[in-house]
Design a protein around this ligand. Structure first.
Ligand code: MLT
Length: 411
């Protein structure tokens, strides 16, 4: 008999987006003629930028020749991509990041899920509620969550930072000692942001209270307003307390290609059981080189291309396309009296379900009566109950059609 990791039995239900896909498939089987519009999982629909395609094609050709063939690359990523990241995503904003502080990977989901592994299983984690479920579930798997309380529908050892309309979706600082704080901005799922001053409060808190911020910035490219920080390192002192996660998935259509990166500053220190300081970057490097063999050369050449002049223009127009969809959804739903949030600096629209309907009932109503798949807010946590998320990543035609169908519902 092989004993299993008992922590897995504390996981609740199935992974949110698998559950939604299951319900969608069942509906299609029962209603084969329904024309479904999917605005659930945040998956992009536009093609890859031409600059990316060109770079990937030529990288494939290089691989055909013994002289330019590449086998295993550096696990942390090729220098050409890391340098392009540093130059364009950080230096241009006055932030200094060194080459050995960037780790290229196959996705932010994996990185935000794996990062917890280098911290003590005794660490107390704080998450925003609602929250991207990966942060919680990976800590449950690691045994940090404690038991799930069926009444509160929360884990006993996790600190939940509530984000609702009442606090304009801006969480208060934790009311007890925590070690790791997951922050996601622009936020998934609410689509809301913090200003520089608001984010500074968190950085200062982490410095004063010896905690570490895991800053998920996968939606940074969608920021439109000036006072919204693109990187946590724009805030003074953040290098000592924050790890940042970035992704090419939504920005450049890489959800299927897979490429992202994580920044772990060398200034960041944790402590061993004897209280000696340990450089966290070394631990992540050790983990990454042991468990990961690097992103393919072809993919990294594709990612590099988004920083070319042509690539930047293409990314800008992709972002504009999706943010126009966001405005169509926001304005369309607001025009029928729904309360909508987000969608200004993020490709997600978070809405209050009408007439106090619970999130899954609204999901069923949209699916059955309008053939639209969205994401129930409660799937992101208890504070998401009574809310619903729509993505702006659909095609223009489907986005307009979806808004039209919702307008016609009796809500
Ligand atoms: C989402 O819909 O929240 C995201 O697409 C999920 C992900 O990026 O893994």
């Amino acid at each position: 008999m092989t004993a299993i990791n008992q922590n897995y039995l504390e996981l609740q239900g199935s992974y949110l987006f698998s559950e939604i896909a299951k319900r969608r498939t069942k509906f299609i089987q029962e209603n084969p003629n329904a024309e479904i519009i999917s605005l659930g999982i945040g998956d992009v629909t536009r093609g890859l930028p031409q600059s990316v395609l060109k770079a990937m094609h030529s990288a494939v050709d290089e691989l055909a020749e013994p002289g330019t063939f590449r086998g295993y690359g550096p696990e942390q990523g090729y220098d050409f991509l890391i340098k392009a990241i540093i130059e364009n995503d950080y230096k241009s904003r006055g932030v200094d990041i060194a080459v050995n502080e960037v780790f290229v990977s196959d996705g932010s989901k994996c990185d935000v899920g794996n990062i917890q592994e280098i911290f003590s299983t005794d660490s107390i984690i704080a998450v925003q509620d609602p929250v991207y479920p990966v942060y919680v579930d990976t800590n449950v798997m690691a045994g940090r969550s404690g038991k799930y309380n069926q009444d509160t529908k929360r884990y006993e050892n996790i600190v939940y930072l509530e984000c609702t309309a009442e606090n304009n979706f801006k969480p208060s600082l934790p009311d007890r000692k925590v070690d790791l704080i997951y922050l996601c901005y622009p936020n998934n799922p609410t689509g809301m942001t913090l200003t520089k001053d608001e984010l500074k409060v968190w950085v200062d808190y982490a410095r004063e209270n010896n905690c570490l911020i895991l800053f998920d910035s996968a939606y940074e490219a969608f920021i439109q307003e000036d006072d919204v920080p693109h990187s946590i390192y724009e805030i003074e002192g953040a290098r000592e307390v924050a790890i940042e996660f970035r992704s090419f998935s939504k920005t450049a259509g890489f959800t299927g290609i897979r490429c992202a990166y994580t920044v772990v500053p060398r200034d960041l220190k944790g402590f061993d059981v004897e209280g000696n300081a340990v450089i966290i970057n070394d631990l992540w490097n050790r983990r990454h080189t042991t468990k990961f063999n690097g992103v393919s050369y072809v993919t990294q050449r594709g990612a590099e291309a988004i920083y070319s002049e042509e690539g930047k223009q293409e990314i800008a127009s992709l972002v504009e396309y999706y943010m126009t969809n966001a405005a169509i959804i926001r304005d369309g739903l607001a025009s029928i009296g729904l309360e909508v949030f987000g969608g200004v600096n993020a490709p997600y629209i978070w809405l209050k379900t009408p007439k106090g309907m619970d999130s899954w009932s609204f999901f069923d109503k949209l699916l059955n009566e309008a053939n639209i798949v969205g994401t129930p807010g409660v799937g992101f946590g208890q504070s998401g109950q009574g809310y619903f998320r729509l993505t702006a990543f659909g095609s223009r035609e489907n986005t307009e059609k979806a808004v039209d169908r919702i307008r016609k519902l009796s809500l």
